[in-house]
Design a protein around this ligand. Structure first.
Ligand SMILES: Nc1nc2c(c(=O)[nH]1)N[C@H]1C(S)=C(S)[C@@H](COP(=O)(O)O)O[C@H]1N2
Ligand SMILES: [Mo]
Length: 324
């Protein structure tokens, strides 16, 4: 992970520009699919907020002057070009601008995901099963990488909670453990011993059940491309981007807290919770600001990446500084 240069940091408050956070906004229903397939310039403001939020008022989407797609704070979505050509996917390369080219031929069909561990109904789903069983909806989320950059991405996907409810976690299941495909033949980065492959990530079960936690299968109304974690990846927008594990083949309900690839690789630098927190600095750089891809000025990083109203309750009583 590349540290940001301190020269790039412009400590300038963006809070006063921002619209008040509105629950549910930016969570467009399936109806948004056709809209999302269009270029942002012709898309309409987000319609029909999803019913399932943590409660509270569902406000209408903030109309953007240009009619462009925006998140609930009014920030425009990044372009398809940006989202699909600037990637972290170490199974291919650590060069963000080369992932797309190297992943072009990554085979995402056939694909199965196995869901097991401490569940009553273990299952193996093909990607076709997943796409036909779970209604896909559009969700516009900010993605904040621990390295200090961010994007706004119009994902297509479904709530992780619906998948977990289907397999029925047992009462002793405390965590969800996710695993990426292990295949050094097609993922050349896995031939390097720098990391303990496969990529693993985890969530506490209540985090996984939170309505914001999404399994993404597409973006901009299209199937995910390999560089973004095709055919299915996790998205937890209140956490640093490394939690949103790509190209998942296995999901296990477990009793013990899983050790992620990053925790194993650099335990002093990457923790299990990894909630976006401007107050807690990475050992090698500050997390106070971030650079939105496509912009030059840095903006202030928001606690929980701006999703505190939805998720802060999960961490009540915890010393967040200790859970980087
Ligand atoms: N399997 C796997 N998942 C991964 C990564 C990775 O290297 N391998 N990188 C993570 C990091 S650090 C980030 S910031 C996001 C980037 O997602 P994007 O390329 O779709 O923007 O993916 C995350 N998921
Ligand atoms: Mo990241």
């Amino acid at each position: 992970m590349i540290p940001i240069k301190s020269s790039e940091i412009t400590p300038e408050s963006v809070y006063h520009d921002r619209r008040k956070f509105m629950k549910g906004v930016g969570l467009a229903a399936l109806g948004g699919l056709a809209v999302a397939a269009c270029a942002p310039a012709v898309a309409q403001p987000t319609a029909a907020p999803a019913a399932a939020t943590t409660g509270g008022t569902i406000a209408p989407a903030a109309p953007a002057a240009s009619g462009a797609m925006t998140d609930e704070l009014g920030d425009p979505v990044n372009t398809f070009e940006e989202i699909t050509n600037f990637n972290n996917f170490y199974e291919f390369t650590t060069d963000k601008e080369k992932v797309a080219g190297m992943a072009t031929d990554f085979p995402t069909r056939p694909w199965t995901v196995e869901i097991g561990g401490l569940v009553n109904n273990p299952a193996i789903f093909s990607i076709e099963d997943i796409l036909s069983r779970f209604d896909q909806e559009e969700r516009i989320y900010r993605l904040r990488c621990v390295e200090g950059w961010s994007m706004v991405i119009p994902w297509l996907g479904f709530q992780l909670s619906t998948l977990l409810e289907l397999v029925e976690p047992k009462s002793n299941a405390k965590y969800v453990r996710f695993e990426t495909l292990l295949d050094p033949e097609v993922m050349p980065g896995q031939r390097s011993n720098w990391f303990d492959w496969p990529y693993v990530e985890g969530l506490r079960i209540d985090e996984a059940m939170n309505p914001l936690a999404l399994i993404a299968t597409g973006l901009y109304g299209k199937d995910l491309l390999p560089q973004n974690g095709a055919p299915l990846r996790l998205v937890t927008p209140w956490k640093y981007g490394f939690k949103s594990i790509k190209s998942i083949v296995k999901i296990d309900l477990v009793e013990e807290q899983p050790t992620s690839l990053w925790m194993a690789a650099a335990p002093r630098e990457y923790g299990f919770y990894a909630n976006v927190n401007p107050e807690v600095q990475h050992p090698r750089w500050s997390q106070r600001t971030e650079r939105r891809i496509g912009e030059t000025k840095r903006r202030e990083t928001l606690p929980f990446n701006g999703y505190g109203d939805e998720v802060a309750y999960l961490y009540e009583g915890m010393n967040l500084a200790a859970y980087y």
